[in-house]
Write a protein that binds this ligand. Structure first.
Ligand SMILES: C[S@@+](CC[C@H](N)C(=O)[O-])C[C@H]1O[C@@H](n2cnc3c(N)ncnc32)[C@H](O)[C@@H]1O
Length: 352
């Protein structure tokens, strides 16, 4: 009963990263907030003494932090000095560190405490973690404006989540025959701007809540794309979708709502898009056999506890089924070539 025979010890040992999952994230979070990874990227390898000096923390704190980050592979110890480990080094090499840092901040300031309400959310079928954000509405988006600075934080970090994952939309999806995209729930225009940059004749309309569009309009202006990217304030469920588009995009949108709501949104898209035009659904997907991937399985704690009571990372085949139910044909999927389980499911409104 001791669990000390070799096989049981090895099997029980696999519990360590899960049992201490909260602590693993806090090692990454502390390294990010204190500037450890930026320091090692700029000046590493460095001794623990130098790390302590440069970060302005006690030597004991540096030792604790470096033990944590090194045991997790976020840093590496070489001859008494420390440098970034492969995953962090790859983030810097690819110019993605600012994006990853925003995502760590999102997990810290938005996802982390509500994750403690996961069991309650499963038990009740409600997004119980929303209690951490003041307000009476049932979805996170309508509560964002109730906390000073939260809207800015949310859209800045959502921007980074999209930048991390949108190459499958921007680079792997064919827009050569597309004229004008309606980006439903387009947020701060991160995908609209990326699409307009990548496809010089493409026009995009970002439809979202007025609060999000303030940020979107600033970003569009700063990107110098006001002539090709415009905004349209409307509710995605109750508002009319503006006409004249041959593609309707739902980016990180159908993960929020129930299957019934998603079919409603896709039917609205079917009515809005010109015959011969298409719908694109871009977000993370889970495997059709329900076995993973790990990213989707763990990200689902956020979706279960926070955005809305039905939010979840759906399986590819479910989303493809909704497109057919809404009337789209030629339904197909594009799987991201990157490390996240993102992809695009598309379908065509057949010309009469
Ligand atoms: C997860 S964010 C995705 C933003 C952007 N599409 C992206 O991929 O980064 C969901 C977006 O839907 C918008 N949204 C949620 N409910 C909405 C509603 N009822 N009407 C209009 N926009 C809504 C939010 O304001 C937010 O910008």
């Amino acid at each position: 009963m001791s669990g000390n025979d070799a096989r049981s010890a090895e099997e029980l040992g696999r519990l360590v990263p899960v049992l201490f999952g909260y602590a693993a994230f806090q090692q990454l979070n502390a390294g990010s907030q204190l500037g450890l990874f930026e320091l090692l990227d700029a000046k590493g390898p460095l001794s623990a003494e130098r790390v302590a000096e440069e970060l302005g923390i006690a030597r004991r704190s540096a030792d604790v932090l470096l033990l944590g980050t090194t045991a997790l592979g976020l840093t590496e110890a070489v001859d008494g000095t420390y440098r970034n480990g492969p995953s962090i080094a790859a983030g810097f090499r690819e110019g993605l560190w600012p994006v990853l840092r925003d995502i760590v901040e999102f997990q810290d300031r938005v996802s982390y405490l509500p994750a403690g309400d996961y069991t309650e959310s499963l038990r009740t079928g409600e997004n119980a973690g929303i209690r951490h954000f003041p307000g009476t509405t049932r979805d996170l988006y309508t509560r964002l404006s109730g906390v000073p600075g939260l809207e800015e934080l949310f859209y800045r970090c959502m921007h980074s989540w999209s930048r991390l994952s949108n190459p499958v939309l921007v680079e792997q999806t064919d827009f050569s025959a597309t004229r004008r995209v309606l980006d439903v729930g387009g947020g701060d225009a991160v995908n609209a701007i990326a699409l307009a940059r990548a496809h010089p004749s493409l026009r995009v309309t970002v439809l979202d809540r007025a609060g999000a569009l303030e940020v979107a309009e600033r970003n569009i202006r700063e990107a110098g794309l006001s002539d090709r990217v415009e905004t349209h304030a409307a509710d995605i469920f109750t508002g009319a979708y503006p006409g004249g588009h041959d593609c309707v995009l739902f980016a990180h949108q159908l993960v929020i709502w129930s299957p019934e709501q998603n079919v409603t949104l896709l039917r609205k898209a079917y009515e809005a898009v010109e015959p011969g035009g298409r719908v694109l659904v871009f977000n993370a997907f889970s495997d059709d056999d329900g076995s993973g991937p790990l990213y989707a399985a763990l990200d689902n704690v956020y979706f279960t506890t926070l955005p809305f009571r039905h939010s979840t990372i759906y399986r590819w085949a479910q989303v493809e089924g909704w497109l057919r139910e809404a009337g789209f044909t030629e339904v197909g999927r594009t799987v991201s070539a990157g490390w996240t389980p993102h992809g695009v499911v598309g379908g065509v409104r057949r010309a009469p």
